[in-house]
Design a protein around this ligand. Sequence first.
Ligand code: TXA
Ligand code: MG
Length: 325
Amino acid sequence: MKKVINEQEALSILLSGGVVALPTETVYGLACVAENSNAVERIYNIKQRPKDNPLICHFYSVKQIAEYVNTLSKTEETLLEHFCPGPLSMLLPLKDNSPLLPATGGRNSVVARVPAHPLFLALLLQINKPLAAPSANTSGKYSAVNSEMVIRDIGEKIDGVIDGGECRNGIESTIIQVQNDNVTILRPGVIGPGEIADVLLNSGIKATIQYGTAVQTTPGARYKHYAPNTPLTEISELNQIKIRDDESLITVDEYFDVQLQERCISLGSLSKPEQIAARLYKTMFFLDQLNVKKAWLYLPEIPDAHWNATIRNRLNKILHTNPTE
Ligand code: TXA
Ligand code: MG
């Protein structure tokens, strides 16, 4: 297989029912035409993803989303128009007998988004059909934020990857659901409740915003995700442990330990949480290349509450979820 492919090659592979990895502004996605049940099945096999975990779908525009779902409420439309293209995904009820049922595993709802990446948008425009594209990683592993991470993880199983460099955000989109003017954040991500509230306020819409327990609604929340191969243990105090020569420390700039040299990895500064988020998966990848026996994580609370929730959401899946769940 030729691993790195160009846009034209990706287009013809997708149109003939193939599976390619594509860059988005969040993380790389593993894409196929959402209507194509054989291609969808290949994505499940490549990712070793549990069959009850439906695939997020990517659209060219809000107008195209509207063609597939029930009439959008004013709140849904306002939020989509404001944030698309961008890292906001919305759980929406599908029209009856939807062609997207292969991607949603037969569910009558879809998680929809318009990715803010010119290569991905160009393909969506030319194909003129939604593309299913979960994150381009083996289930249970951290998401890929560059083409090298994709190739190392699933390169042998896919039909190619477009190299779009590093993903700008480096962490997955925010998933929301709107019900009767209640906005529920099912998965925290790049866009926070403050930005959502501002948009609603500016449009004169009264709505409440809360974090939801995603487990019932988005099946992916049940499974262990994002874990590195290197055993990683969180500590609540730095002086709790002595870091041995064959161990590594992941922390933030404020607690960087120069004596550990390359075995100390900083995620960035607590005052720049978007940088910590952007570096999280890359750091897991880097850690796995370091070949240390184990790693410790020291990450104090991030002052920005939404970023703290977003990063904690991913860390909880790395550190605490029972892999057999
Ligand atoms: O930023 C992102 O959202 C990236 C890029 C590639 O777009 N995609 C991504 O996909 O993170 P994935 O599959 O790793 O996460 C999507 C989440 C999963 O937890 C899945 O269970 C949930 O969305 N989901 C997808 N379709 C759903 C549906 N119809 N109903 C409920 N949950 C759904
Ligand atoms: Mg994922």
